[in-house]
Design a protein around this ligand. Structure first.
Ligand code: NAD
Length: 327
């Protein structure tokens, strides 16, 4: 049985990846600061600990594994990444994890390592026009990400590439573009736009209003978790060594996203645009390279994924309202 390790297995993408790898017949060891929030893990074993500690990284990797997926990071949505308040922690914590993992790969057998980078590495100058953002992989340099989160991702991409060059580590890297779906953070300050919109709409009454940060004309694309994992697995099994975008090309304004959620909910909702952290003005995935290299790219409509995610978030909102009433 092929073996795998998922670092960050208590998080959103990691916990879904564990399920996928189990379905595919891998043995899976998960590791994270915390166990998954929305259901028991299906990993064969799950180690709770801090990957900033090199000894913990060594104990998790043990004698090595065929596949290691490095998803652990100190991260969140715009309210966490773009305020500036968490910059030092984001850089220090995520860089330390990646330094530890890369260094362990010199002494432990790792068949291949997957690293989850981000669309946040792309230069801000190419994302000022919301209608024509540029995110072709080659446009990453000269580098000028708009957040420290993006700079750390770029640093770690380069570090894994250097370990590949100097120590023969086999690495696959993806730049994720706004992944969303069920069992993602939906409240508490680290949630991202799709889950936040779903929560706000689920909490609003029919005829009510929701707040949306910025003028709402900033654009993004959002990729449903299952297609993200399809891309991850295809990339991992490929011989592609350069970072590839894994994202959707269906660009939408943030107000458009809010309207889509409102429509799916069946409620009549007014949008109130208020000042708030927004990140770059426009961003979309450019899937030219992934199509060329893997002969595949995400194709599912945003609406389908949002429909499933709204149903899930609405259930969480209902449950927490019921708990609040009964206590
Ligand atoms: P997430 O926050 O749900 O998962 C990250 C996990 O890392 C969390 O469970 C957290 O507890 C764990 N972690 C953080 N610090 C740790 C530490 N010191 N030791 C052990 N575990 C630690 O995030 P996610 O959405 O699942 O993202 C997974 C990866 O994909 C991250 O590297 C993220 O930067 C990257 N990414 C995600 C998106 C997205 O839209 N979700 C976009 C671009 C990149």
């Amino acid at each position: 049985m092929p073996s795998s390790v998922v670092l960050g297995a208590g998080g959103f993408i990691g916990s879904h990846l564990v399920k996928r790898l189990k379905r595919e017949g891998f043995s899976v060891r998960g590791a994270d600061l915390k166990r998954p929030e929305f259901g028991e893990t299906v990993a064969d074993d799950f180690m709770v600990g801090d990957l900033r500690d090199p000894a913990f990284v060594h104990s998790v990797l043990g004698d090595g594994a065929d596949h290691v997926y490095q998803l652990a990071a100190d991260m969140g949505g715009a309210g966490f990444i773009f305020t500036g308040d968490n910059d030092a922690d984001v850089m220090h914590n995520s860089a330390t994890i990646n330094l530890n993992v890369a260094d362990a790969s010199r002494t432990v057998r790792i068949g291949r390592l997957f690293y989850s980078s981000s669309a946040c590495i792309y230069p801000e100058r190419n994302q000022l026009d919301p209608s024509t953002p540029v995110t072709a992989e080659a446009s990453a340099y000269p580098a000028a990400p708009d957040s420290e989160y993006g700079w750390e991702k770029l640093f770690s991409e380069r570090m894994y590439a250097a370990y590949s060059r100097n120590y023969g580590l086999t690495v696959r890297m993806a730049r994720f573009h706004n992944i969303f779906g069920e069992e993602g953070t939906w409240t508490g300050g680290r949630e991202k736009a799709p889950a936040a919109m779903c929560r706000k709409v689920a909490e609003a009454s029919d005829g009510g209003s929701i707040e949306v940060w910025g003028d709402g004309l900033q654009t993004r694309s959002f990729l449903y978790i299952e297609e993200c994992l399809e891309g991850v697995r295809r990339l991992m099994e490929s011989d592609v060594t350069e970072p590839l975008n894994i994202g959707s090309e269906e660009m939408i304004t943030i107000n458009g996203l809010a309207e889509m959620v409102a429509e799916l909910s069946g409620k009549s909702i007014t949008i109130r645009n208020i000042p708030g952290p927004t990140g770059v003005r426009g961003r979309n995935s450019d899937n030219t390279l992934i199509r060329e290299r893997l002969g595949w790219a995400p194709s599912e409509s945003l609406k389908d994924g949002i429909e499933r995610t709204y149903a899930w978030v609405a259930r969480r909102v209902k449950e927490s309202a019921e708990t609040a009433v009964s206590t």
